[in-house]
Design a binder for this molecule. Structure first.
Ligand code: GDP
Ligand code: MN
Length: 346
């Protein structure tokens, strides 16, 4: 599998990290999910597939987060699906409420605007708390203090393929910081100031930017080097918690948060994570999990060539997908374009 994947332009430098004493002991890692009690069925669906395809072999704990306490039903339903430990954590109030520098009536006005342009769920108050939590708070939850790695799982997603290796060991032993498997385009009208704010941040914090940072794949030459709106689809992530806890990301998150973009606009955790990773992580430490078949709503990824057993058919899936999103639709092409841009024209 590794050899197949090392076709990746950004692949691991062979043997590089094996000299550094990595690779011993089980990584301190968990499957984490922010989820509502009402999403129990969807959560069970995601868990069943991920347990069957992967976690029954590795038994990493599940940690569920919620802005209110989990019900006994939710706990019983999920616990029943895994031999691993399950933990149920409430998000601290301060991580899920309007900061005092936010003007509430301005926030209400933007909810109305976001409702009229109909982008995602931008009209919901809770959606803004959720995006902000996923951007700047999940890795600060006290329960994650003793963890280094996470795999983000959402209710109602699908995992299509057997995964026969420990993805957390893989991340650690190859010195990876961030792993993704879809790269999509979002409607930039919901985050109009994100790019100018990010540029201003970078200009004011040049010392924090990684010397090997590569933002080239996120720039649109036709638009004078503006953000092309490509983003890692963050409902699937396998990553390092310590990366998010680092100085660069913290400074960046606080910069965005102070300006209010999580409320006055819909700064999503997907573009925010993408820009942060691009500024603070060299491409060689970002991994494309092209072997992990996955679906979230109409977006899916079915590995093109694989030894692993998958329950998705790339062509059939593609046909279904094309039915939903017509061939010529601008929504379809850019999704491919973003991956190609990232891989450097592969
Ligand atoms: P989308 O993928 O952008 O459409 O956003 P989702 O509605 O799927 O939300 C992303 C994740 O956050 C999912 O795992 C949801 O279950 C979770 N989530 C969203 N809003 C809330 C909320 O108000 N409370 C809790 N506990 N979870 C939420
Ligand atoms: Mn979702």
């Amino acid at each position: 599998w590794l050899e197949e994947n090392s076709n990746n332009r950004h692949s691991v430098v062979d043997g590089y990290m094996s000299n550094f004493g990595f690779g011993s002991g089980k990584p301190r890692a968990a499957l984490i999910s922010l989820v509502r009690n009402s999403e129990l069925e969807g959560m069970m669906q995601s868990m069943r597939q991920l347990e069957y395809r992967w976690n029954r072999k590795y038994r990493y704990p599940w940690i569920f987060f919620n802005d209110e306490p989990f019900t006994e039903d939710f706990k019983a339903g999920t616990r029943n699906l895994t031999a691993a430990k399950c933990y149920y954590e409430v998000v601290p109030r301060g991580h899920w409420s309007l900061p005092d520098w936010i003007d509430e009536s301005r926030f209400m006005n933007s909810l109305e605007y976001l409702g009229t342009i109909g982008v995602g769920k931008g009209w919901m108050v809770s959606y803004h708390h959720m995006c902000r939590w996923n951007s700047g708070f999940f890795y600060k939850h006290p329960f994650l203090k003793n963890y280094d790695w996470y795999w983000r799982v959402e209710p109602d997603v699908h995992y299509f393929c057997d995964i026969d290796y420990d993805v957390f060991r893989f991340m650690r032993d190859n010195n990876m910081k961030y792993g993704f498997n879809m790269n999509i385009l979002d409607d930039a009208r919901s985050f109009p100031s994100l790019w100018t704010r990010t540029r201003a941040f970078a200009a004011a914090h040049l010392g924090l930017i990684h010397p090997e940072a590569d933002l080239g794949w996120l720039l649109d030459p036709q638009a004078g080097g503006e953000y092309n709106n490509c983003q890692f689809f963050s409902n699937f992530e396998i990553g390092s918690l310590n990366f998010w806890r680092g100085e660069g990301n913290e400074a960046y998150f606080n910069w965005l948060d102070k300006a209010g973009g999580f409320y006055y606009e819909r700064f999503g955790d997907a573009p925010v994570h993408t820009l942060s990773v691009a500024m603070f992580v060299p491409k060689s430490e970002i991994w494309y999990f092209r072997d992990i078949g996955y679906q979230h709503d109409i977006n899916h990824h079915c590995p093109p060539h694989r030894e692993a057993k998958c329950s998705c058919q790339p062509t059939k899936m593609d046909e279904n997908f094309y039915k939903l999103v017509p061939l010529e639709s601008p929504q379809r092409k850019p999704a491919d374009t973003c991956i190609r841009q990232f891989l450097g024209g592969e």
